[in-house]
Design a protein around this ligand. Structure first.
Ligand code: DC
Length: 243
């Protein structure tokens, strides 16, 4: 079946939203590849919710630092992983994060949290707890674009649309430096360190479509994700067909 033709005749080219209310779009890739902006833009265009899983690891990290816990103390970090109540907003226009009712949307982006979050995210009990919560959010959303490092491989391996978004290392660093007003060289060193620390938790699913955004505009990246979602919308994933 020609999926595009099927969808075009069913929903029309101009359809604002996808036809599958439970569609899950997984967007993975390294930091600075543009996942957040692209995922939010695609979710908005597709009429889907949006989940930034990195913000949950950041929220737990902020809470631990606020309590004076050493992020390198794996035992304590793991034991406290389920202690705070972490909530995230899934409106792609206004994502927010709360811990025990306090809005921490901005403070989770500080240097202190960014420097500590990789160590926290590497703790198995942290991952088990937050992944379970992420799966619940995805299951309840009625259609969502979820971004992170392990969405297509671990959190939602059955997602019918998977994107792995990359960009050349220098380009990622210069984008991040522009956002943070930092120097590209220092940002690159920090980025390489984070890539190394995050690598065990990061992966490209075999069935993910890789998008190299090095020379693409944000709108072009969004357009590719939206096209993939519209092509797959309503069409069962091959794994489901074989069950
Ligand atoms: O994308 P980010 O920089 O906000 O992610 C914060 C940290 O969380 C980073 O160290 C990678 C980690 N992370 C993860 O291990 N798994 C995810 N699904 C998302 C983020």
């Amino acid at each position: 079946m020609n999926v595009s033709a099927h969808l075009d005749s069913d929903t029309g080219e101009e359809a604002a939203t996808v036809s599958d209310p439970g569609l899950v779009v997984a967007v993975d890739g390294p930091s600075g590849a543009g996942k957040s902006s692209a995922s939010r833009g695609a979710a908005t265009e597709l009429g889907l919710r949006y989940l930034d899983t990195g913000s949950m690891y950041r929220a737990l990290t902020w809470w631990l630092l606020d309590r004076g816990v050493d992020p390198g103390d794996t035992g304590t970090v793991g034991a406290l992983a389920a202690e705070p109540r972490i909530e995230v907003g899934t409106d792609p226009q206004v994502p927010w994060v709360r811990v025990d009712g306090t809005d921490i949307t901005s403070v989770i982006r500080t240097r202190e949290v960014t420097d500590a979050v990789s160590a926290v995210a590497a703790v198995p009990r942290v991952r088990a707890h937050l992944i379970a919560q992420q799966r619940d959010i995805i299951a309840m959303a009625g259609g969502i674009v979820a971004e992170g490092r392990d969405i297509g491989t671990v959190v939602a391996p059955d997602a019918p649309v998977k994107v792995y978004l990359t960009a050349a290392g220098a380009e990622r660093a210069s984008r991040r430096a522009a956002e943070t007003s930092g120097s590209p060289a220092a940002t690159r060193i920090d980025q390489d360190r984070r890539d190394r620390l995050d690598s065990a938790q990061s992966g490209k699913a075999d069935d993910a479509v890789e998008i190299d955004s090095t020379s693409l505009s944000l709108d072009q990246v969004i357009a590719v994700i939206v096209r993939l979602a519209r092509e797959y919308s309503g069409v069962p994933h091959p794994r489901h067909q074989s069950r």
